[in-house]
Ligand binder design. Structure first.
Ligand SMILES: Cc1ncc(COP(=O)(O)O)c(C=O)c1O
Length: 404
């Protein structure tokens, strides 16, 4: 590394309070504001990781370090065996290790949406083909199918999942019943973004396999939130995002394409190679994907089972607290196997969910999400490892006060 790079990096690290990857231990008692790894505005209680997660200083420092290195000699660093490009190969390995696949099964993208777009148009679907999905998918997951419907004449079949429907067996049966001879793809979220419902991926994978159908999973709300093992899930492809639960740099995502399904799923970006920069991709954000790899590695070091245990503990605490507010109807699954860190709730129709969100922020410095109106009039909280029970208690007290 050249001097300027080192100097810049060191000053960056000093400003960051010399945070390190090992400094990312779970905070049990201190609030978010007291944790130097995170750069939240003082006093902010951030409960919206399912929308965008915070990037810890150590990950940002590694990203910036890569960027400084890149700028020291751009062409030499970025192409071929240039060290910054090689570091993106490592990023694919780090992601692969987190979700249990190999680096050549990982395609780096700028978002989960971009990954899903590439996969959907990379299957070669045409008139007469059908895709089966649900009505609670995020638009980033289904954009490609609607594009193919518009331009290639495919059909998209959709089963309904009501916000209060946590019966995963019944959901699986409805999916099975909706399969036709023309169904070529089943696509569902691993974790439903509106309510956090954990979908029965293994059971759906089995049905897809029995019927010779490709199974593609949108894991944008899963990777970094729950323990994900793509081989155990037995899907053909799985997409993830870097800027939510992984707490990687904004503008990062990825697709896993099972080696045995690679002949059926051929994204345009992989036409001329599997590396981050090749003839079919052009130049991309190398520093960001290097940061994404570090974020994946940091999650692996924490241990996804430990992460999940912590976030489930926080969400169950939130669930219990919210259940005591009479004006609220909880829409997320109760504590149990279908629950994840996302907790969504309906509020009375007389209160606008955007207004509640705004009041929580301006009066209480609490950040939560508005549920999309097509879901219900309500809000969603999504605690991650940097949050504490105290954060949850303060958010619940604020919600209670604003709904009183
Ligand atoms: C289930 C799901 N899929 C896809 C996305 C889009 O993610 P990205 O911004 O990485 O495209 C989201 C974002 O909220 C999501 O919840």
């Amino acid at each position: 590394m050249k001097d300027i790079t080192r100097r810049e990096l060191i000053s960056g690290l000093a400003a960051a309070g010399a945070a390190s990857l090992s400094g990312q231990a779970f905070s049990q008692t201190s609030s978010v504001a007291a944790n130097p790894e995170y750069m939240f505005e003082p006093g902010l209680i951030y409960l919206n990781t399912a929308a965008l997660g915070p990037t810890p200083r150590s990950i940002l420092d590694r990203t910036l370090q890569a960027w400084y290195q890149l700028e020291s000699d751009p062409v030499m660093m970025a192409y071929g065996d240039g060290p910054v490009h090689v570091a993106t190969d490592k990023a694919r390995e780090q992601l692969a290790a987190l979700i249990n696949c190999t680096a050549d099964e990982i395609m780096l993208t700028r978002s989960a949406t971009a990954a899903m777009n590439s996969i959907s148009v990379g299957i070669g679907l045409g008139r007469g083909d059908r895709v089966l999905t649900t009505d609670v998918e995020h638009e980033g997951g289904t954009n490609g199918w609607h594009y193919l419907k518009k331009h290639n004449g495919i059909e998209v079949d959709v089963i309904t999942i009501l916000p209060t429907d946590h019966d995963v067996k019944a959901i699986t049966s409805r999916l099975r019943a909706a399969i036709t001879k023309q169904t070529k793809v089943i696509n569902v979220s691993h974790v439903i973004s509106s309510t956090g419902l954990r979908m029965p991926i293994n059971e759906i994978a089995e049905i897809a396999k029995q019927n010779g159908i490709l199974f593609i999973v949108d894991g944008a709300q899963a990777v970094g939130c729950i323990d994900v093992d793509v081989k155990a899930l037995a899907c053909d492809a799985y997409v993830g995002t870097g800027h939510k639960w992984l707490m990687g740099p904004k503008g990062t995502g990825f697709a896993y394409i099972n080696k045995s399904s690679a002949a059926a799923i051929q994204p345009l970006e992989r036409e001329q190679g599997l590396r981050f920069i090749c003839g079919s991709t052009g130049v991309g954000s190398l520093p960001l994907v290097i940061g994404l790899g570090e974020a994946a590695q940091a999650m692996r070091s924490r241990g996804m089972q430990a992460v999940e245990k912590k976030t489930i503990g926080l969400r169950n605490h939130a669930y219990a607290g919210l259940a005591k507010i009479p004006q609220i109807k909880l829409y997320s699954p109760p504590p149990g196997p279908e629950a994840t860190a996302l907790v969504a709730f309906k509020i009375p129709d007389s209160v606008d969910s955007r207004d509640l969100r705004d009041r929580l922020l301006t009066k209480h410095k609490v950040v939560i999400k508005v549920a999309e109106k097509r879901w219900f009039n309500g809000n969603r909280i999504s605690p991650h490892i940097f949050n504490t029970e105290d954060d949850i208690d303060r958010a619940i007290a604020a919600i209670k006060k604003e709904l009183a």
